[in-house]
Design a protein around this ligand. Structure first.
Ligand SMILES: *[C@@H]1O[C@H](CO)[C@@H](O)[C@H](O)[C@H]1NC(C)=O
Ligand SMILES: *[C@@H]1O[C@H](CO)[C@@H](O)[C@H](O)[C@H]1NC(C)=O
Length: 163
């Protein structure tokens, strides 16, 4: 019983005695927030698109960020930490948008909070990226219908889709 109590105390001491090691990751997080990583990934994807109506993604501009700058089709959540507010992209919704491109060009690792992805009725080509199923733990809504996608859907996802 005593051992169970002792372990957290030791950990607490370690935190108090080495504030510099505790502060370093927090500072890095502050300088490079999730929203910035998401902005980079979305801008990179935009640059690979073969076609999109000129006005559609005009709000997706370098030097702005998806949540604070209210990018078209992007929804966000804001969490408050002791370092201030941090926004994360939770949704991409661009159905019937005339987008022609490859979904595999979108870096899903930079969108770990994504839970809603609707790109139905566009002209997306290529394989359904496996990253959708491995890099998006929070994903619960996925609509890629009416595109030109091909490839395998993991059996566990397919089972849910058919049910
Ligand atoms: C975000 O943009 C949409 C249309 O692009 C607009 O309807 C909405 O009012 C904007 N929201 C904010 C908070 O600016
Ligand atoms: C994708 O995003 C992750 C997380 O932001 C980043 O570490 C990685 O370098 C990115 N990959 C590419 C190819 O840009």
């Amino acid at each position: 019983m005593e051992l169970v109590i002792t372990i957290p105390l030791v950990l607490l001491h370690a935190c108090i005695l080495s504030p510099r090691t505790a502060a370093a990751p927090a500072l890095r997080h502050h300088q490079y927030p999730k929203e910035t990583a998401a902005a980079e990934a979305l801008l990179q994807w935009k640059s690979t698109l073969l076609r999109a109506p000129p006005s559609l993604l005009s709000s997706w501009r370098p030097g702005t960020t998806p949540c604070t700058s209210n990018w078209t089709g992007i929804s966000c959540t804001t969490t408050t930490t002791r370092h201030g507010g941090a926004a994360a992209v939770t949704g991409i919704s661009l159905p019937h948008a005339g987008i022609d491109g490859h979904l595999g060009e979108l870096n899903f690792s930079a969108l770990p909070s994504l839970h809603h992805l609707d790109l139905s009725y566009n002209s997306l080509h290529g394989e359904i990226p496996a990253a959708i199923f491995v890099s998006l733990p929070a994903l619960y809504y996925l609509d890629l219908s009416a595109n030109w996608l091909h490839g395998d859907i993991p059996p566990e996802i397919a089972a849910v889709a058919v049910a």
